[in-house]
Design a protein around this ligand. Structure first.
Ligand code: HEC
Length: 109
């Protein structure tokens, strides 16, 4: 009986740890996000273009989340505004999942 209880507690603890480490936002479609990012953001955020080059590894997961929570403050807020909420979530999912401190950082282009 005691063994069972201990197992139950361990399992519950594991679930809490899992919840604690997953993203604070609802995950979107990463593959779509990558496409939308390249099409709508990299047009400016690229070497030789008007803005700082940006890649998933340019920021940490926390930094990406913050940027998306407060995108209204960015110089390119209009570009973000022209996308749907779903598109923005998809982009964030792509950037977040391959951020500098993610388990699978983006390698190159
Ligand atoms: C019309 C050109 C243009 C487009 C398109 C554009 N941006 Fe920007 N963005 C800028 C400029 C200019 C700045 C401010 C200067 C800089 O950072 O180079 C900026 C700033 C930023 C910053 C803050 C700078 C930093 O390094 O933290 C982030 C993050 C960002 N953009 C993300 C995006 C994302 C994501 C998209 C696609 C949804 C996007 N931008 C689309 C021009 C653009």
């Amino acid at each position: 009986m005691l063994k069972k209880l201990i197992c139950l507690f361990l399992a519950a603890g594991f679930v809490f740890v899992l919840i604690g480490t997953t993203a604070a936002f609802e995950q979107g479609n990463e593959r779509k996000g990558k496409y939308i990012f390249r099409k709508n953001c990299r047009s400016c955020h690229q070497e030789g273009k008007s803005a700082e080059p940006l890649n998933p590894v340019s920021k940490t997961q926390a930094q990406w989340e913050r940027a998306f929570q407060r995108y209204e403050r960015l110089e390119c807020a209009d570009e973000w505004e022209s996308l749907s909420e779903t598109d923005r979530t998809d982009i964030l999912t792509y950037l977040y999942n391959h951020a500098y401190d993610s388990p699978s950082p983006a390698t190159c282009e």
